[in-house]
Ligand binder design. Sequence first.
Ligand code: ADP
Ligand code: MG
Length: 337
Amino acid sequence: MGKIHIMDEWLSNKIAAGEVVERPASVVKELVENAIDAGSTQIEVFLEEAGLAKIQVTDNGSGMDEEDAMKSFARHATSKIVNEHDLFRIRTLGFRGEALASIASVSKIHLKTFDGTSGIDIVLEGGQLKERHAAPSRRGTDMTVSQLFFNTPARLKYMKTIQTELGHTIDLMNRLALCNPDIAFKLMHYDQLLLQTNGRGNVQQVLASIYGIQNAKKMIRFEGASNDYRISGYATLPEVTRASKNYMSIFVNGRWVKHFLAQKAIVDAYHTFLPIERFPIVVLFVEGDPYLTDVNVHPAKHQIRLSKETELMELVQRTIREAIRAVHRVPEAVKPQ
Ligand code: ADP
Ligand code: MG
């Protein structure tokens, strides 16, 4: 008799959860990205104990009908890609169809959703259906994830302090708000308001809600294009700096990415204007054909493979440098001395 057997779905979901659901911020990311993909214009997130006790995400997006809502917790259940061709033209934030199955396997979930004609109100525990109530009548989705990692004590033990876990979620929500200025976001921890944007489509207003009005005022807009890429964004004048590189946020086709080369290109753009070990606050939006950007590198999709990277880095450096020089030269030239 052979020794190999195929794992049951429950076990494979729990293993996948180990990759996708690292901490409360990962759950917030998956739920809010689903809300964005569903076309929401208002997304509210309420947390208790930095999300370990409770994460509630309410949106006014498409909602799901009864059949889809039941299917959505199955592994590889997605409405976002159908075939291999789609994999190379990804426009949505999700596509793996893994998140809800993974999250459900390590938490308790209360899902209320309604698509305008049909909906559902269910409670799941460790992925198993426990309760069913009458469907809501408000279009959109309300998903509450509680007791995260209740059945994976090892992972729970690994969690850092409330402040650290909360910090991860705040960073995440800031980034999502920056690249979705037309969505009104609200993030609350108990009754403490941590982020609120108005959804009026103005990136500068989002920058002001995150970094303060004074800093946002000291940011200049830049814009440029090469053969394959278009870039735009905001960068602080050299007098506003931070001790960490984390204030340089890079978005490729609406998705936040970690991109060390792009951060280096930004710093190089400032050349000698920056004090040593100080970094600017920058938001950089890159748009290019999805064929040039492979997001299917890691389940959390934070890494990305870019074709024609050198062309893009030169574009970033040149565009930001010119924007800073344009502003910086003028006052120097007119200064009486
Ligand atoms: P993916 O986002 O990769 O498709 P998920 O497991 O995150 O996979 O979600 C599964 C499916 O459930 C989605 O493809 C979508 O159809 C549906 N879904 C999840 N959250 C929402 C939501 N807030 N509003 C509408 N549909 C949703
Ligand atoms: Mg998803």
